[in-house]
Design a protein around this ligand. Structure first.
Ligand SMILES: [Zn+2]
Length: 606
């Protein structure tokens, strides 16, 4: 029965009378709310407008659903608050008891409950399958695997419901939703249905938040169940031992009000539930007529009445549409579908091969596909897939699990490492010298100029050479052979495409001696050329024969026509040559000290 909201009136005082039947304090008296909390009232009215629009248009777009009327799967996390009992005893209820509650939700919301045969024929025409499925989450908010259950010791010997003056739950006083207050902090309420289970000692069977409050109070969102009404096996007490307390509370979470509208002959804003005077307790005989519903009477077997668990057996089509509206684009639970099954955009382009992750907190069996673009897939899982580029460009990647789809575009690249114009390998301080004279049995820092796209390097050493450090890097330490002679060293740049760039360097072992201790910089240069003995050990020079005490050296600079254009002498280990009047081009620097002469290539470039 749907009628003007103004006809609501205040009757919920009776609802707090304990010990004579079901007690659920999730009461909404909209007329009272309008005067006591106009802002909250406006939120509820906005959601009613949204819901009415959804229902009038019979569905509409559900983001990420292939079929707007198809299955919606809701990840559930159950927070158990216990007193240090062993798992499966006392308040620390077993996983089997928790799972039995999930089973009841799935039966009731899919109309697969065994006692659906008890729905009177007068109401079977409006009886409904929500097409919702509840599953304990298999991923926690960080993406780690989980069984969807948290267990925490609570310092509270019992919880008590407490209401604010406007009728909403006083969560600060109750404490079950906050770890620091003896409860458990929620998992993100925009992607998990949080269900807290604790020992309520005031007769409260459970309570729930309404989606109309989600925007302003997301951290309270979810349902609360007293331990002895959780599930239908283990630690449950009759007559609320059939798991219907949670069915009822999740009904609130899905925007249902009590069927009597929390008022005398009130309105629950559902078109196909009869108007009824007040809550029914126990299990009345059909028909039970009130408020002039003289034909079929109250729908006391509706999950949103107060009857015993064994008496409840039906949701209606009107109730279903209110719940499904929440998940439509723009609805307060739309983020559930958006956040629930979503391919995560990689932080960078995929070069050759890479993994892409999927948020999938129920680990739904997932089918991956490349819709378009140059790539193939391998190692597909329910939370991750490996993409391998077969070309370069944009790839449309899709994941499907039942009624869910998620699409992203990624850029892939399958080219191997590409050498820049002047890519070289060389010992530190001797860039461009080829062949390079080095001393026998000495260790040097080698370098390779930046190679675009490379992720590792393979150095192939001649006989008698060995690595000191950095074997697969662009800066390995390499010791030369102790045998003088001419050797060739190779370096390949690699990435996941498996292709590589290779360069070689000819080394004259035994002709060097001291020059590895001479640095020439900058090179290329624009105005000055600095030549100095390296006094730190950063070139890994460890051979005792390298360690000259004589810092004197002379230099001569030749142009590419072999004309001497500069010369100089150093007695303190360093020298700076002004080359501003020399034109751009390649030059050769000859350095001579007591141990010999070495020639290095120098470039002037402006
Ligand atoms: Zn209720």
């Amino acid at each position: 029965m749907k009628k003007l909201l103004l006809l609501f009136s205040l009757t919920f005082i009776t609802l707090f009378t304990f010990g004579q039947g079901r007690n659920c304090p999730s009461v909404v008296d909209l007329s009272l709310m309008q005067t006591q909390n106009p802002a909250r009232y406006q939120q509820f009215m906005n959601l009613e407008s949204f819901t009415t629009n959804y229902i009038n248009n019979q569905g509409g777009a559900n983001y990420r659903l292939a079929d707007p009327n198809g299955l919606i799967i809701i990840p559930v996390v159950v927070h158990i608050l216990h007193r240090n009992e062993a798992v499966g005893t006392g308040l620390n209820i077993s996983l089997a008891q928790i799972q039995s509650q999930i089973d009841v939700l799935n039966e009731d919301f899919r109309r697969l409950n065994v006692n659906r045969i008890n729905t009177p024929a007068a109401f079977t025409g409006v009886a409904s399958d929500y097409n919702f499925e509840f599953r304990l989450a298999c991923q926690d908010p960080n993406g780690n695997s989980s069984n969807g259950v948290t267990r925490r010791f609570t310092s509270k010997t019992g919880f008590q419901f407490s209401a604010n003056s406007n009728g909403t739950a006083n969560e600060n006083s109750i404490g079950i939703k906050t770890t620091s207050s003896g409860g458990e902090d929620p998992w993100p309420t925009d992607r998990y249905l949080n269900m807290w289970v604790g020992n309520f000692t005031d007769g409260t069977l459970g309570y729930a938040t309404f989606p109309g409050d989600f925007v302003t109070n997301p951290n309270a969102d979810g349902v609360v169940i007293t331990t002895t009404s959780m599930g239908r096996t283990g630690n449950v007490l009759a007559p609320y031992d059939g798991g219907r307390t949670a069915t009822h509370e999740v009904g609130h979470w899905l925007n249902l009000f009590h069927v009597w509208g929390d008022a005398n002959c009130g309105d629950d804003l559902v078109v196909d539930t009869p108007q009824q005077q007040t809550a029914n307790l126990g299990c009345p005989a059909f028909p039970h007529r009130t408020c002039g519903n003289t034909t079929n009477g109250d729908m006391f077997m509706n999950y949103m009445d107060y009857t015993d668990d064994g008496c409840m057996n039906v949701f209606t089509n009107g109730q279903r549409l209110r719940g499904r509206a929440l998940f439509a684009a723009g609805g307060p639970r739309a983020a559930f579908l958006d956040n629930y099954f979503r391919i995560q955009q990689p932080a960078s382009n995929i070069i050759c091969t890479g993994t892409v992750n999927l948020t999938n907190p129920n680990c739904l069996p997932t089918t991956w596909s490349i819709v378009s673009g140059p790539a193939t897939l391998s190692s597909a899982g329910n939370t991750q897939v490996t993409v391998r580029a077969t070309g370069t460009g944009s790839v449309a990647l899709r994941a499907i699990a039942g009624n869910y789809t998620s699409d992203i575009n990624i850029n892939v690249n399958n080219s191997g490492p590409s050498a820049s114009n002047a890519t070289l390998i060389y010992p530190s301080g001797q860039r461009g010298v080829d062949p390079v004279p080095l001393c026998a049995g000495c260790a040097y820092n080698f370098l390779v100029d930046f190679v675009a796209g490379a992720t590792s390097y393979t150095w192939v050493l001649p006989s008698g050479f060995s690595f000191v450090s950095g074997r697969n890097t662009s800066t390995p330490g390499i010791r030369t052979s102790s045998v003088s002679g001419t050797y060739t060293l190779y370096c390949s740049a690699n990435n996941a495409c498996g292709t590589s760039w290779t360069h070689s360097l000819v080394i004259n072992v035994g002709s060097g001696g001291q020059q590895q201790r001479i640095a020439v910089y900058p090179n290329p240069t624009q105005q000055d050329l600095n030549i100095e003995y390296i006094t730190t050990n950063d070139d890994l020079t460890i051979s005792s024969t390298d360690k000259t005490e004589n810092d004197d050296f002379s230099v001569k600079l030749f142009n590419d026509s072999n004309q001497e254009v500069r010369s100089g002498l150093s007695s303190d280990g360093k020298l700076t040559i002004d080359i501003r009047d020399l034109k751009d081009g390649l030059y050769y620097l000859r350095v001579t000290d007591t141990k010999g002469t070495k020639t290095m290539q120098v470039q002037i470039k402006r």
